[in-house]
Write a protein that binds this ligand. Structure first.
Ligand SMILES: Nc1ncnc2c1ncn2[C@@H]1O[C@H](COP(=O)(O)OP(=O)(O)OP(=O)(O)O)[C@@H](O)[C@H]1O
Length: 267
């Protein structure tokens, strides 16, 4: 298994080169080229079905778990092609964690949600209490749960559950965290607290977030990729329309389709 050392560019964590993703014989995402910068938040936006989640899953080989999904092209993490034969996808997911749309804590105590994830992923340190506390602090949840660590993770509110899932991802000590619409099941106050958390986390982690919420993309992200879909005989085909720093993409995009999307004229 290769070590994912940052031997290439200091600022580029992940690179997608000519990426195509198929489900069966349908080309769902075509020809994506994109660099993800270290310690930034990159947002993927675009109308439903344009391939944002599909593209996100390429970065930690989660599409491997979908029968019939096939990824072509290169995805490079710190100079290492993640799709080479010698690369173990389980290891990839230790370096590149994921938080899903719907909070999905284990039906275990708050403490064990984190301890279990850490152990399964090879944590052999003695001080599990420290690791749990540290992960919960980083996820801005410690103060709310420190007196009830034995309570079931599922007894928490939706926003707290999502922060527990973020703590669980952090406990594995990844370099990158992928987030697929992490706030879409949350109320506005919980959403703002997750957004603030993301801003705090980017010092330590590189974050990619899929979001339907354009205000959210403009509030939290440094760069934004706008995807769109064209109709083909076999259904929709997603592609990357435009990618730039978030301010430019929202205020002076190059492509008319981007302009229309960010001003709410379609989608
Ligand atoms: N597991 C799958 N099997 C077959 N087709 C899939 C699968 N997942 C996604 N697709 C198809 O791939 C295309 C892109 O889907 P994807 O979920 O990546 O888009 P998205 O932009 O994230 O959409 P949304 O915003 O609605 O979540 C769609 O046409 C979708 O139907």
């Amino acid at each position: 298994m290769p070590k994912f050392q940052n031997t290439e560019s200091k600022n580029i964590e992940l690179t997608a080169e000519n990426v195509n993703v198929y489900y069966g014989s349908t080309l769902a995402v075509k020809g994506v080229n994109l660099d993800i910068h270290s310690h930034e938040i990159t947002a993927f936006i675009g109308p439903s079905g344009c391939g944002k989640s599909t593209m996100l899953r390429c970065f930690n080989r989660l599409n491997d778990l979908i029968p019939d999904a096939k990824v072509e092209g290169n995805i490079t993490f710190r100079g290492q092609n993640l799709y080479e034969k010698k690369v173990d996808p389980v290891q990839v997911r230790r370096h590149i964690g994921m938080v899903f749309q719907k909070p999905n804590p284990f039906a275990k105590s708050i403490y064990d949600n984190i301890a279990f994830a850490a152990r399964v992923n090879g944590f052999r340190g003695k001080d599990m209490d420290d690791l749990v506390e540290n992960a919960l602090r980083q996820a801005a949840l410690w103060d709310e749960v420190k007196d009830k660590l034995k309570s079931n993770g599922l007894s928490l509110s939706g926003g707290q559950q999502q922060r527990l899932c973020i703590a669980r991802a952090i406990a594995i000590q990844p370099e990158v965290i992928l987030m697929d619409e992490p706030c879409s099941a949350l109320d506005p106050i919980s959403t703002l607290s997750i957004e603030q958390l993301l801003l705090n986390l980017k010092d330590k982690y590189t974050i990619i977030i899929v979001t339907h919420n354009m205000q959210q993309a403009s509030r939290v992200s440094d760069r934004t990729a706008f995807f769109n879909a064209r109709a083909t005989e076999k259904g929709k085909q997603g592609y990357l329309v435009e990618y730039s720093d978030t301010k430019t993409l929202f205020q002076s995009p190059v492509e008319e389709a981007t302009q229309q999307y960010v001003t709410g004229a379609f989608g």
